[in-house]
Design a protein around this ligand. Structure first.
Ligand code: ASP
Ligand code: MG
Length: 416
């Protein structure tokens, strides 16, 4: 058995949905669990619905949702001729909620509304597969994947989910070759919908692969495989054919938008290889990620925009020792902030962080109790793994370097 994950871009048009059908047909009677994301940019569109609803703009929320409905209905009509399938039940569930007034926390409503993106896309693709005689079973993953109620960043209940998969998904595969379900979403023990964090469907796919003891997980993307840099920014970006689990975890840590960072652990724990392949040309080899150490990797470049530099200096010229450092880390923990880079000096600490304005403001205010605080915004953090001096000079040419940090493998520079 294998697990496939198709992202939103793989089903963002009629032709692309047809293409997914062709890919699945080419695998004949193999047993595959298929996870599909919300169509195109539906998740972003649903976030706007949540914002409008929570701000009390009911009419705007309903209008925005109507546009999402129209888009899905159009695709459905184009793809399904034989029988009339409908997405009505999912629509009704959301509209019902939108007619209420918000009385609970934002994150709760976020999950109840945003989860419908993957329910709609998978129901639609499942109906299309039936239309073209690809027999499949659609499963509402909220009956399987149990989480806590930490809405928008829910933690998976590993034992419950494992039992459900063994009791319901495994027997399903005795009757059918294809099971189609959602990534990114789950439910609490009170049947409230939850989500696992943006881009979380890679992680869902890895959980299923782990619990089903899958032979492999394939993530189908619009790029040839994992690249050594973002091809939109670097014309000479190249594909990396082999990567180790470790390397991918490192890349994700430094901010590479390759695969959701939580994806690797469930695979590594069971030594399940991960293939990243291109849905635009399924015959390209793509990238294989497993336990083997890959040699001769090209420089791997990660660029993080919208960085903030916080300079924290002691107020009275005293050394910033462990007491100051631990205070600072307590503030990070309390605000759930992960610094991207820190550097300690005699009387100051520098930290580079993602610019989440409300959090940065809170951090700066709290830190001001112990330090003099300076904040500098609109910076870029460049990370190069397997760097050479030439590559570093090339990428930092004409830029003001505020801070660098390096190990034998990795160099980072904060740029103005
Ligand atoms: N649809 C969700 C998102 O766009 C989850 C995913 O695609 O992984 O973040
Ligand atoms: Mg995605």
């Amino acid at each position: 058995m294998n697990v496939f994950k198709f992202g939103g871009a793989s089903i963002n048009s009629i032709e692309r949905i047809e293409n997914v059908g062709k890919i699945i047909k080419s695998f004949g009677s193999e047993k595959i669990l298929i996870i599909i994301s919300a169509m195109g940019k539906t998740t972003n569109a649903l976030e706007k619905v949540v914002d409008a609803f929570f701000a009390g703009n009911q009419k705007e929320a309903l209008d925005l949702f109507e546009a999402i409905k129209n888009e899905h209905n159009y695709v459905l009509q184009q793809l399904i001729k034989k029988e009339s399938s409908s997405l009505k039940d999912f629509y009704t569930e959301i509209e019902w909620l939108l007619h209420d007034k918000p009385v609970r926390a934002y994150d709760y409503y976020y999950d109840q509304i945003v989860c419908c993106g993957e329910l709609l896309s998978t129901a639609l693709v499942s109906a299309y597969f039936n239309e073209i005689e690809i027999t499949n079973n659609w499963v509402d993953v909220r009956d399987i994947l149990r989480t806590d109620n930490n809405f928008r960043d829910a933690i998976v209940d590993w034992d419950f989910t494992k039992t459900k998969i063994t009791e319901t998904i495994v027997p399903l595969f005795e009757k059918t070759n294809l099971v189609l379900t959602q990534g990114f979403i789950g439910a609490t023990d009170e049947n409230e919908s939850t989500t696992l964090g943006r881009e979380g469907s890679d992680y869902s796919a890895a959980i299923f692969a782990n619990m089903l003891n899958a032979k492999s997980l394939t993530i189908w993307k619009d790029v040839e495989g994992v690249m050594n840099a973002d091809p939109k920014e670097f014309a000479d970006a190249q594909i990396i054919r082999y990567l180790s689990y470790n390397e991918v975890i490192e890349m994700a840590y430094y901010g590479a938008q390759v695969i959701h960072p939580k994806t690797i652990k469930p695979l590594q724990n069971k030594q399940i290889p991960l293939y990243v392949k291109c849905f635009l040309n399924k015959d390209l080899p793509g990238t294989t990620i497993d336990n083997k150490v890959a040699h001769n990797l090209p420089p791997i470049i990660v660029v993080k925009q919208q960085q903030v530099l916080l300079q924290l200096s002691s107020k009275d010229f005293s050394f910033v020792g462990e007491a100051y450092v631990s205070k600072l880390y307590e503030l990070f923990a309390a605000l759930k902030i992960k610094p991207n880079l820190t550097q300690n000096g005699a009387i100051s600490i520098l930290c580079c962080l993602d610019d989440k304005p409300d959090k940065i403001e809170k951090l700066a205010l709290s830190a001001a109790e112990y330090f003099d605080v300076l904040v500098e915004k609109n910076l870029t953090l460049l990370t190069i793994r397997y760097y050479s001096k030439e590559k570093f000079d090339e990428l930092t040419k004409d830029k003001k370097i505020l801070l660098t940090q390096q190990t034998t493998e990795t160099i980072q520079a904060l740029l103005h």
